[in-house]
Structure formats: structure tokens, C-alpha cells
Design a protein around this ligand. Structure first.
Ligand code: ATP
Ligand code: MG
Length: 314
């Protein structure tokens, strides 16, 4: 297994298109359709700030878990199109160096390059986080009326689509109503995005629940193939970074739940007055415990150990 922690992706053979909190996107030579290399680093963010050091193997865990979800969702959501083409870069000789190829193993995927809709397609199955804060005040979630008497972290009668704006790096996403999202993406696409987001959440949540994990809520992104006018599921999918995962065994309504993945880090940050501060370095025990949580979630959801999954790669 790649023991190195990669907070920066050492890839110079391909032009870099952009860098997000966790991923670096690289341009690939034109084929039939525009594609890009989607590379996930070991960077981790909490309370919207990127930590100075990373979590070993996190990029591999998120990439292989997303790949698994593309496979699962394809078979469970009728008509779903997604951006995933294959793991790793295209095999064309000389495209990347041998060292780069090794570095990219398990943490990169070739995807269709699409025009991203500028909203976060959030779906919630449970009332928590910013949705709970709003509900407590006004009995609404993203402006939608909800039944009276819901308790903290209670399961909603039906999953709901609660989009947000997609802020630029450093800015905060703002919760909006489905109607406001409709104005942003346009009437033509709004209903289909909502329908796909709900269908992907329902299929994913059912799959996870059989494996002991509650997906309380999650964020999807969608993109448009402007040539065919078709909507694609893009980005990472149903990972601990894009979702709130809770342990089904520990779940209790009426109180906050520990999140499966980042709780150790969040607790350490708040206990030490470091919440939201830049350039914070995690101590080894926080890194180790966080890595263990990400690994556990990967193993529960895929049924494979991380080593097995890496060994299964071509
Ligand atoms: P964001 O809030 O934009 O997701 P981020 O910091 O989480 O910010 P990363 O996850 O690090 O971003 O980077 C992934 C970026 O790649 C996102 O901006 C996402 O919209 C974009 N993206 C995902 N899939 C595609 C695709 N198929 N084509 C083009 N861009 C994509
Ligand atoms: Mg992202």
C-alpha cells in the first residue's frame, strides 16, 4: 500500500486545470469526448479549513469508494448516467511517467469532463446539522414546511431534496429552497436533478443500511453534456467527505450523533480551541484514529479490505 501521505499531487506530465480542497483536476488529451483525470489527495478539511498534514490513504479510500458507488448506483437507479470511465489515467504510452503512474494508483480516475451545475444537490434522510438549526427555529428545512415534533437527528418521513449554492473556494455554501435552485439551473434541468439526487440517495442509503451505516445526508453534484443535453452524476459519490455517516448500532434519536469519520478530528480541534484556524497540524494519534475510521467505513461499505481492493486493481 502507498504509505506516503500526499497533500500535494506530484504530477507534471499533464496540465492542471484546477485544485479544490481535496482534489486536483488534470486535463487529458482529447478523445471522442472531453475527459479529465480526477485525482484525490490525502488532504482533509474540517470546519471549512484544510489541515496542514493529511490522512494516509484517504485519497485512495475516497476514490475506490466512489468507484464502487458508481457501479452500485448504475445498477439500482434506472437511467442514471455518471462521469466515471475507469480508474487511473488512460493507458496511452508515455502519457505519464512510471513514477506518476504508481503515485496515481487507486487515487485517480478518468472521467467525462462536463459543465457542472452550480448547485450542491443535497439530500437529507434525517434532520441534523444546519437543517436541525433551521427546523428548531421555523419548523422548515431549506424553506420547506416539515411536520411538527421532529426530534434532533430523527429520520424524516421521506428523504428531501435541500440544495445549496456551490461557493467558490473559501466561501460558504448557502442553503436554498428547491425553487431557488430551479432559478439557478433552469427549469429545463431542475426537476431531473432533483429526481436523480433523491433516487441516488435512496438507493445508496438502502445499500449502506444493510451494511450497518446510516447515511444521514449527502451532497451530489451533477453536470451537463452540452452536446447530448444529458445530465450526469459527477464528482465523488457517497463518501465520508460528502456525506454524514452514522453507525446504525450507535444511533439514538433525540441527541447528536458522532459522525463516522471526522469526529475525532473535530473533537480535537474544538477541545484545543483550533476550530476554523488555518495551518493546523494534527498530532499522530488524531491522524491514526481518523485513518482508522475512513478505513472502517470503506471496508463496511465495499466488503473488501483496503489492501484487497488495491491488490484487485489491474
Ligand atoms: P467544491 O465545493 O467545488 O466541491 P471542493 O474543494 O470540494 O470544492 P474538490 O472536491 O477538491 O472541490 O474538487 C473537485 C472539483 O471537481 C469540484 O469543483 C467539482 O465540481 C469538479 N468536478 C467534479 N466532477 C467533474 C467533471 N466530471 N467535470 C468537471 N468538473 C468536475
Ligand atoms: Mg468536493
Amino acid at each position: 500500500m502507498a504509505a506516503e501521505v500526499l497533500t500535494n499531487i506530484p504530477l507534471t506530465s499533464l496540465p492542471k486545470i484546477s485544485q479544490g480542497k481535496v482534489r486536483d483536476l488534470f486535463s487529458l488529451p482529447d478523445g471522442d469526448k472531453p475527459t479529465l483525470l480526477f485525482v484525490t489527495s490525502d488532504r482533509i478539511s474540517a470546519y471549512d479549513v484544510i489541515l496542514k498534514n493529511g490522512i494516509p490513504s484517504k485519497g485512495v479510500i475516497l476514490t475506490l469508494l466512489s468507484a464502487k458507488w458508481f457501479e452500485v448506483l448504475s445498477s439500482r437507479v434506472p437511467g442514471l448516467k455518471h462521469h466515471f470511465l475507469h480508474l487511473g489515467p488512460p493507458s496511452s504510452p508515455g502519457l505519464v511517467t512510471e513514477d506518476e503512474k504508481k503515485m496515481l494508483r487507486g487515487r485517480s480516475m478518468t472521467v467525462r469532463r462536463l459543465k457542472i451545475f452550480p448547485i450542491e444537490a443535497i439530500v437529507r434522510g434525517y434532520v441534523t446539522g444546519s437543517a436541525w438549526a433551521e427546523y428548531e427555529k421555523t419548523q422548515t428545512i431549506h424553506g420547506l414546511a416539515e411536520p411538527a415534533g421532529l426530534r434532533r437527528c430523527e429520520r424524516l418521513p421521506e428523504p428531501i431534496y435541500t440544495p445549496s449554492t456551490k461557493a467558490e473556494l473559501g466561501d460558504k455554501d448557502i442553503n436554498i429552497s428547491p425553487n431557488e435552485a430551479r432559478k439557478i439551473v433552469g427549469d429545463k434541468y431542475a426537476s431531473r436533478i432533483e429526481e436523480l439526487a433523491l433516487a441516488c440517495y435512496k438507493a445508496g442509503a438502502a445499500y449502506a443500511e444493510e451494511r450497518g451505516i446510516i447515511i444521514a445526508d449527502t451532497k451530489f453534484e451533477f453536470g451537463l453534456d452540452e452536446e447530448t443535453d444529458e445530465i450526469y452524476l459527477v464528482d465523488e459519490v457517497l463518501t465520508p467527505d460528502s456525506s454524514r455517516f452514522w453507525s446504525k448500532a450507535d444511533y439514538q434519536v433525540g441527541r447528536d450523533q458522532d459522525s463516522f469519520d471526522k469526529q475525532v478530528l473535530r473533537n480535537w480541534l474544538t477541545d484545543n480551541g483550533l476550530k476554523g484556524k488555518p495551518d493546523v497540524e494534527m498530532p499522530p494519534e488524531v491522524v491514526e484514529k481518523t485513518k482508522a475510521r475512513y478505513t472502517e467505513v470503506f471496508e463496511l461499505l465495499t466488503g473488501n479490505s483496503l489492501d484487497e481492493a488495491l491488490n484487485n486493481l489491474a
